[in-house]
Design a protein around this ligand. Structure first.
Ligand code: NCD
Ligand code: ZN
Length: 447
């Protein structure tokens, strides 16, 4: 007996676009049947004119629980997720306290339980301060680790190279991948003190707006990505480079992949759609780490998306309050902004991306990278019933935003190209016709 049928749409399967009705029973995809087949079910979603995609797996979000819930909370963020076709999020450990040992992981999971409309998994921190805690975090159920090599929001002390090599010998044994925020801390420190090309006090506005970018120059990323690839290779550890932002860093990942290093590449919609020009026009709202870059960097990232160097798109959903963002001093303003609701609407229908490639980047890649494939990330008989029903509507303004602090430089500057009509999480409609439905039934995903 089916629970739900999605009728009249085109399903994006690993084999391509397939007109099919999707039959869902007991939380899984029971069958794909020819359109109009007689299937009885208590609930039907009319997907005429729509695409049916695997639910987006956003493997890079900062949902801010615990300790930073003035910036974002799980109820708002997980609703924003399902409103954007996201059915699974992987949450970063730079909370207060950080997710740095098994107890803090269990405490975070306890706070999130019953509040998530989407499924969720957690990263454990890998920092100078918690190197003995990695096996305990793995045993308690993290899907991977996150290391910050340079300082950022609620930052964890970066390990030195020896500590990192040791830690990666451990994570290799645990069989868990580490996501790397790859910016060189020492270069940032020096360049922050005297940003290259900085303007003297009283200098031009544009110069002071771009000072943040100059304080984190491309070489800070290129060096950290190179070092991460080298140490990961030596340790035999799987890694992923978070939010690639420069041509040089993408080239390092391309080369390392070619040499057989187990490295995956992530970028975010803002690095593909914006440049440092948006920092000039929007100021602190567009401040993010790593910073928005040049048009040449943006174009190189599109190339890396095209040739497979980049295999995952994450939103880096990292909201702050409007007051924090508007503190008046760009150097003091926090970095990051909301995004979990917008990856799919912003990128579906972009002429540079086929629908199949977009599904590889938003669904299949993250599922493979974090141990969720083949249950998640694809539409196939027997896979989990996590799905997004979307209608391409070029140029339409984005619908209501659900994050606690949803402002985003991307939404200010780029049109949403698609509307999410329905999101199915674990076989239940979690979002439909512009509104959330039912209770929060997302589950904690562990290896
Ligand atoms: C992130 C945050 O605020 O948590 N900010 C950001 O600019 N990306 C931290 C991070 O990933 O650097
Ligand atoms: Zn980061």
């Amino acid at each position: 007996m089916a629970d739900l049928v999605i009728r009249g749409g085109a399903a994006v399967t690993p084999a391509g676009l397939q007109p099919a009705d999707v039959v869902i029973a007991s939380g899984t995809i029971a069958d794909l049947v020819p359109p109009g087949s007689p299937v009885g079910a208590p609930e039907t979603v009319d997907a005429t004119g729509c695409l049916i995609l695997p639910g987006v797996i956003d493997a890079h979000v900062h949902f801010r629980t615990p300790g930073l819930t003035h910036k974002e909370d799980w109820d708002h963020a997980s609703l924003a997720a399902v409103a954007g076709g996201v059915t699974t999020v992987l949450d970063m450990p730079n909370t207060l306290p950080a997710t740095a040992d098994a107890d803090s992981l269990m405490a975070k999971a306890g706070l999130v339980a019953g509040h998530s409309r989407c499924h969720y998994g957690f990263y454990g921190a890998l920092a100078a301060s918690n190197l003995t805690c990695l096996p305990g975090l793995a045993a308690a159920g993290v899907l991977g680790f996150k290391v910050f090599l340079g300082e950022t929001t609620a930052s964890l002390p970066p390990p030195d190279d020896g500590q990192l090599l040791r830690a990666w010998q451990v994570t290799a044994g645990l069989g868990l991948r580490t996501m790397v925020h790859a910016e060189n801390a020492a270069i940032i420190r020096l360049a922050t003190a005297a940003p290259e090309g900085s303007v003297p006090a009283g200098g031009g506005d544009v110069g002071s707006l771009l000072a943040h970018g100059r304080s984190r120059p491309p070489v800070a990323e290129v060096e950290a990505v190179s070092r991460a690839c080298l140490l990961a290779e030596a340790a035999g550890a799987p890694i992923a480079i978070a939010h690639l932002s420069t041509a040089g860093a993408a080239q390092v990942v391309r080369r390392a992949k070619g040499e057989g290093v187990d490295v995956r590449g992530e970028t975010c919609p803002h690095y593909l759609l914006l440049t440092e020009q948006e920092v000039v026009t929007l100021g602190a709202l567009a401040k993010v780490n790593p910073p928005l870059r040049s048009a040449a960097d943006r174009d190189a990232l599109w190339q890396a998306v095209g040739d497979g160097t980049i295999d995952q798109l994450g939103s880096d959903h990292a909201p702050h309050t409007p007051a924090e963002k508007a503190c008046g001093d760009l150097q003091q303003a926090p970095a990051g902004f909301a995004g979990v609701q917008n990856s799919l609407p912003l990128l579906l229908g972009d002429p540079r991306l086929s629908v199949r490639r977009l599904v590889e980047l938003l669904c299949e890649g993250p599922a493979r990278n974090w141990g969720l494939w083949p249950r998640k990330g694809r539409i196939a008989r027997g896979a989990d019933a996590d799905l997004a029903v979307v209608r391409p509507v070029p140029g339409r303004l984005p619908p209501r935003q659900w994050s606690l602090h949803p402002d985003s430089p991307v939404l200010r500057c780029r049109p949403a190209r698609a509307e999410v009509l329905a999101t199915v999480v674990g076989g239940r409609t979690a979002f439909r016709d512009g509104l959330p439905c039912g209770p929060a039934t997302g589950v904690w995903l562990r290896p």
